[in-house]
Design a protein around this ligand. Structure first.
Ligand code: ACO
Ligand code: ACO
Length: 154
């Protein structure tokens, strides 16, 4: 099945893209903000959109994955890992030196996936989700407050 997976750039986010984007990041305001200056890639199986990965340059030579999502019916089949591998190779081709990602401290599956993909934690942004989101976010039966920052040197 994954042999049919294609990862390609896209420019304009459709409602199907937004459905995925808001799954990874419930703040439409933040999503719209980074879409103004991001590099966007979509994963497709045939004509079906199954995932997205969005990157922005945060500092010279540093790129950050700000949004990663796979359709719930296609999760746990390696597509998330494939999107991260794709983004890493793309960043190397573009001569970036560091790739970063931030995720909620309660996202144990995501933390597993990112560390398995070679990212290592280097900082905690305390209360990031309290400051930036108006509604409380509950994940794994915990109130999400803090962002774990991870990075990989390329
Ligand atoms: N819980 C437990 N394990 C997980 C989870 C999870 N939520 N997600 C991935 N894994 C594990 C898989 O079991 C797999 O392990 P294995 O290789 O030992 O079998 C490994 O991580 C790789 O998983 P994939 O199948 O490649 O990941 P998937 O295609 O399911 O996509 C993703 C992972 C993108 C996190 C997906 O679960 C998703 O879209 N979640 C909702 C949105 C989200 O949370 N996005 C990340 C927010 S952070 C950000 O966007 C910067
Ligand atoms: N994986 C997943 N969930 C866990 C784990 C684990 N390893 N350990 C505890 N939990 C969850 C339990 O499911 C429970 O959740 P719930 O309340 O939703 O049902 C909750 O955490 C509380 O669990 P307890 O039953 O109170 O914890 P337990 O008596 O199993 O003790 C401990 C946890 C001490 C970590 C035990 O697993 C252990 O001795 N592990 C080996 C030694 C170790 O790792 N110690 C910690 C090292 S760090 C340090 O020592 C400072």
């Amino acid at each position: 099945m994954n042999d049919q997976l294609k990862i390609i750039p896209f420019k304009h986010a459709t409602s199907a893209h937004y459905k995925l984007l808001l799954d990874a990041d419930p703040s439409k305001k933040l999503v719209d903000n980074y879409l103004k200056r991001s590099f966007n890639f979509e994963a497709k199986i045939g004509q079906r959109l199954v995932g997205v990965i969005i990157l922005i340059e945060t500092r010279p030579e540093t790129i950050e994955i700000v949004n990663l999502a796979v359709d719930p019916s296609d999760q746990k089949q390696g597509i998330g890992h494939r999107l991260i591998q794709f983004a890493t190779h793309w960043a190397i081709d573009q001569a970036y030196k560091v790739i970063e990602i931030g995720t909620g401290s309660t996202g144990f599956g995501q933390l597993y996936l990112y560390q398995k993909s070679g990212f290592r934690p280097y900082a905690v942004d305390q209360d990031f989700f309290v400051r930036n989101y108006s509604e409380p976010i509950i994940e794994n039966n915990l109130v999400l407050k803090d962002m774990i920052r991870l990075r990989k040197f390329l």
